[in-house]
Design a protein around this ligand. Structure first.
Ligand code: PEP
Ligand code: MG
Length: 841
């Protein structure tokens, strides 16, 4: 059914053409015509028109053809709203037939005419008649035989003569492209790239520039920057006597635009055309406000601009290009910020497997900490340390990690665990120290006794084998693929400065050690939002003291042992304060259950018995007595603070003494002390009284004054619900969304990895709630706690310090809820800052 359709719009500077109705390519071509660039005549078909074509309602072909000069050949290219959504391949040389072959033979020469005709017959056969592309494999040569054989093959397969009528050809092409877009596989493919279900396709019909025939004819692409580095450099390819994107199709014959050692470059072949192209490209960059790749054709020496597309770019180039455009005043700082997806920075800040490198993936799990590293497999932290001391890079493989593994993790290049989720120990520590990490690799079997990992496909990895852990993708690769180094260049620094200025929510870092704090400072974090003090007790020499403390029979004995830990803690805090130069440091009092510090195996228990001079049976009995069915819901956090008060007293003292020491020779320090796992008001009252008493004692002993802020970590649902009675006792509330998520769902953060992917795949959870904040459920507790807390204590500082603090969507939630800051692992500070800046712009 042929019907009249007004929506075949000639692309002119004033025509009504928009991205949302005709697609990006049509819009871009219109912009190029506005710049007065030599763009061939083009007609744009809207999404509606193309949709109707797919239904069989074609616009008036005669009218459409009449928009072009008599005898012109045409090409059709897709124009979707976002070029990343893809689209059917272009079809060139529509309108070619026996009659035009004769005319073109006279103007362009026989060879060129034959090449054009052959190409069209084959492409029509493949794209419109849907013949198997392989059938043309044997059809060789651009000579007469190639053309005749192609036409014969077409007729034999379709049992019809090849259509000679340009209107029939064009309608066939339009219909096949429109239908290809609406096919199921194309639909799924683009939806995976974020396209909406009803994404439309526009088409552009353009007069062909031949690129074949007399004089300097050919086609190519040109851009003004290098796609990998983002640095200014003219790059591209040009191929004489070619059409479309031939010059890019892996053909070694295509030459560089400048300085090609293999033959004359375009600059040498056609200096004037080259200079003209450069001018056009520079104008496009300036006026389209973007680095563009120019698709061009030369016809007998004259330049034609066929198309312009955004230059493809690496993460590094994404940042450089945005910053350079802003530095040159072409775009604003805000726009530069908006042009860099926050996750791009994650790639920049860590070593990555080179995207071009082949990957031999042997297993996968949860991508728990980004970056990639290669090393030999070791199965214990002791071996990791031994390996590091030999200078041999290693990958620490564990069923799961515990605080005892911290030193092993520091010694390893990456960590791989069989169990765990995004907030399990290995994941949290990995992100904190910038160590690539894959957890919950449940599709591989870990046999720790035999020191082997058995992959799903039966391959076995053994102790000492070289593997690569890709923590950005959650993959385990065999061997050592090529890597790309992290790149915090000057462009990155500038972008971060602009983000800092644009942000309207604070970004702090979770930092446990001086090294973490230094990283946080380097990324310009506005303070430390969470210092997990227990990590300090795993330093060499301290663990034994810690164990002695745990085994002490009386409060007095315990105090005596803690006395020895005091100077070490004081030194830790002094260093943190000094590094942070007066910026706030929030120290969380001791949180984990004590038995995490005790050896789990016989050998360790024997060593402990020796160290403490106790019979082994005493040690094992005590360890058994301390074991709990649900340690994460047991004697930990403030519950320890209330029942074994000596630990918190020692920590408070260490904090205050460090405050005095650090303030004496540096910026004045106002420490923040945070109480973990609170669920009742009385807990806060008790700890507050004890901390106040220590403060008073230190003030007198040291004859020195200082201020501090006491706050509560809201990580049990009850603390959120009862925020109104808790808030009056505190200066701040910080939401610990790791435990809060665990307790709200009743979902173990250390075990959820086992079934999380099933749950997400089946749509039970839209995403892993430990990764992206569950705004409906956990989020409601956050809003509730914030509102009740603020009503009871106006001006109270609100923040989040769970792992969600570095997640862009979760940051949006916190900002909307009016939080003062988010706190995340040091390496995520730049990502969080950029995400926050984008929200504020
Ligand atoms: C939390 O529970 O959200 C938190 C930050 O503390 P941790 O991860 O140490 O339990
Ligand atoms: Mg917690």
């Amino acid at each position: 059914a042929v019907q009249n359709n007004p929506d075949t719009t000639l692309v002119t500077p004033t025509a009504a053409i928009a991205n949302a109705t005709h697609g990006g390519r049509a819009k871009c071509l219109q912009r190029l015509t506005r710049l007065d660039l030599p763009v061939p005549r083009t007609v744009a078909l809207s999404f509606d028109t193309v949709h109707r074509i797919a239904q069989g309602q074609l616009p008036d072909m005669t009218a459409l053809l009449a928009q072009f000069p008599d005898g012109a050949l045409l090409c059709v290219r897709p124009s979707s709203e976002d070029p990343d959504w893809g689209g059917p391949g272009a079809v060139l040389n529509i309108g070619m037939n026996d009659a035009r072959f004769e005319t073109l033979s006279k103007t362009l020469g026989r060879d060129a005419a034959r090449a054009i005709y052959t190409r069209f017959v084959q492409s029509y056969a493949i794209n419109v008649a849907r013949l198997d592309p392989d059938m043309f494999d044997d059809v060789v040569g651009e000579g007469r035989e190639g053309l005749v054989a192609s036409l014969r093959a077409y007729e034999a397969e379709t049992e019809e003569p090849f259509p000679m009528d340009p209107a029939v050809q064009l309608s066939g092409v339009l219909q096949s492209m429109a239908r290809a877009w609406e096919g199921t596989s194309a639909r799924l493919l683009r939806q995976a790239k974020g396209a909406p279900a009803d994404a439309g396709l526009g088409l552009v019909v353009q007069q062909m520039i031949f690129g074949l025939g007399n004089g300097q004819s050919g086609s190519g692409v040109l851009q003004l920057v290098d796609s990998a580095t983002g640095l200014p450099q003219i790059t591209g390819r040009y191929l004489s006597q070619s059409q479309g994107r031939d010059a890019l199709e892996g053909d070694a014959a295509a030459l560089f635009l400048t300085h090609d050692p293999r033959g004359p470059s375009l600059e040498e072949l056609a200096p004037e055309a080259f200079a003209e192209l450069k001018r056009h490209a520079a104008l496009m960059r300036q006026r389209l406000r973007e680095e563009m790749q120019v698709e061009f054709a030369l016809e007998n020496g004259s330049v034609h601009i066929l198309d312009g597309v955004r230059v493809a770019r690496s993460s590094r180039a994404t940042v450089r290009i945005a910053v350079r455009l802003a530095d040159e005043g072409i775009i604003s700082h805000e726009e530069a910020l908006m042009r860099v997806p926050p996750r791009t920075l994650t790639e920049l800040l860590h070593r990555q497997v080179d995207p071009r490198a082949p990957r031999d993936v042997i297993g996968s799990g949860i991508a728990a900490s980004p970056g990639a590293a290669t090393g030999r497999i070791v199965f214990s932290s002791t071996e990791a340390q031994a390996s590091a001391s030999r200078g041999e890079p290693c990958i620490l493989v564990r069923r799961e990690t515990s605080p005892e593994d911290i030193r092993g993790m520091h010694a390893a290049q990456a960590v791989l665990t069989e169990r765990g989720g995004i907030t399990s120990h290995a994941a949290v520590i990995g992100r904190g120290i910038g160590l690539p990490c894959v957890v919950g690799a449940s599709n591989m079997r870990f046999n720790l006794l035999k020191k082997q990992i058995i992959a799903k496909d039966g391959r076995i990895l053994s102790d000492g084998d070289i593997i690569t852990v890709d923590g950005s993708r959650g993959q385990v690769l065999v061997g050592a693929p090529d890597m790309q180094e992290a790149a915090q260049d000057d462009a990155f620094q500038r972008l971060m400065e602009w983000a800092y200025d644009a942000c309207d929510i604070g970004i702090r870092a979770n930092a446990d050690t001086p090294a973490d704090a230094q990283t946080a400072r380097n990324f310009n974090a506005q303070g430390i939002g969470l210092c997990r003090t227990e990590h300090m007790f795993f330093e060499p020499g301290r663990l034994t003291v810690m164990r002695e403390m745990i085994f002490a029979e009386t409060g007095e004995d315990r105090r005596a042992v803690l006395e020895r830990l005091l100077p070490m803690q004081r030194e830790d805090f002094t260093q943190l304060f000094r590094i942070m130069e007066g910026k706030p440091v929030c120290i969380r009092l001791f949180d984990p259950p004590l038995h995490e510090f005790l050896p789990a195996d016989r050998a360790g228990q024997r060593a402990l018995a020796e160290a403490l001079n106790l019979p082994l049976s005493d040690v094992t009995r005590r360890i058994e007595a301390m074991s709990e069915y649900n340690p994460m819901l047991g004697l930990r956090g403030v519950r320890l603070g209330v029942t074994v008060p000596e630990i918190y007293e020692m920590q408070a003292r260490a904090i205050f003494e460090a405050t005095i020491d650090a303030s004496a020779d540096g910026d004045p320090v106002v420490p923040e002390i945070m109480i973990p796992l609170v669920s009742a008001r009385r807990e806060v009252e008790l700890i507050k009284a004890s901390v106040d008493a220590v403060a008073a004692a230190v003030r007198v002993e040291r004859d020195s004054d200082f201020n501090f802020r006491l706050g509560v970590m809201v990580e049990t649902p009850r603390a959120a619900l009862r925020a109104a009675e808790i808030a009056p006792h505190c200066a701040f509330l910080s939401f610990g969304t790791n435990d809060l998520t665990q307790m709200t769902y009743g979902l173990s953060r250390d075990d959820a990895g086992r079934f999380m992917s099933d749950y997400v795949q089946q749509g039970v959870f839209p995403e892993d709630p430990f990764h992206s904040l569950d705004t409906d459920g956990v989020g409601e507790l956050l809003t509730l706690g914030a509102t009740r807390g603020r009503a009871a204590q106006p001006g109270i500082t609100l923040s989040i310090c769970g792992e969600h603090g570095g997640n862009p969507e979760s940051i949006a939630f916190c900002r909307d809820a009016g939080f003062d800051y988010v706190s995340c692992s040091p390496f995520r500070v730049p990502v969080a800052r950029l995400a926050a800046a984008q929200l504020a712009i």
